[in-house]
Design a protein around this ligand. Sequence first.
Ligand code: NAP
Length: 250
Amino acid sequence: MSAAKSLLVTGGSRGIGAAISLLAAQCGWRVAVNYARNEAAANEVVARIVRDGGEAFALRGDVGHEADIISMFAEVEHRFGRVDALVNNAGVVDRKARVDQMDAGRLERMMRVNLIGTIIAAREAVKRMSTVHGGRGGVIVNISSVAARLGSPDEYADYAAAKAGVEAFTVGLAREVALEGIRVNCVRPGTIDTEIHASGGQPDRAQRVSAAIPMKRPGTATEVAEAVLYLLSDAASYSTGSILEVSGGR
Ligand code: NAP
């Protein structure tokens, strides 16, 4: 078995997740690049990693489905022998809407993918990493959003609520497993230039909200990835339960 540590990045095929996968491979991690639908994008990330001498594979699975998450962890163990780290990055937004326009189906999807998927994936990671379960420890990094702090009124307060849940869960789990060899932290990005805005029907959103950002520009996916790789690394050995802001001062 390779000595390199193995990492599962949910939603690792595009945007911030792709940047995390690529940077992690450069830092020596073996990377399972999860995707839900766009297999070509995942294969492209894997090809770039392999071309540069790294190790990675594309892993289909919808984090909105418990069975998919369980199969994903089994596959990572099968391919890499173990799971040393998890980045809970997969996330979705919906159309801009007021709360009085949101139906239960939308709310259920927001919570299922953004919050419940994060918790179930962390559960599967803890089962394998915790020294209580015979594991050798590990690291979990969750991705929230400044929406958790700003509330996203008139846009997606449901998404904001899910991301606030991710942050509370980060603190709770971090304290729960602090003596079991597992660090759990969170990166809280501001507005980042990715395709997520177009998926919510606002392709120009990143540029449009720049005026409200003290640095007057959206962040890049790589700038978020740098923060994630720090928290994954031993350089962050005394950090757990922390929320690292990457938002241009917003
Ligand atoms: P993105 O460009 O839309 O990419 C989303 C990624 O997640 C894709 O790889 C996608 O795979 C995957 N994904 C979506 N639904 C999934 C599911 N149900 N199961 C598994 N994978 C799924 O998004 P992004 O902007 O990089 O966002 C990444 C994370 O950062 C999210 O948690 C988001 O909430 C958070 N965030 C983003 C911003 C921002 O401004 N961009 C700001 C704050 C926080 P497929 O292509 O196969 O569907």
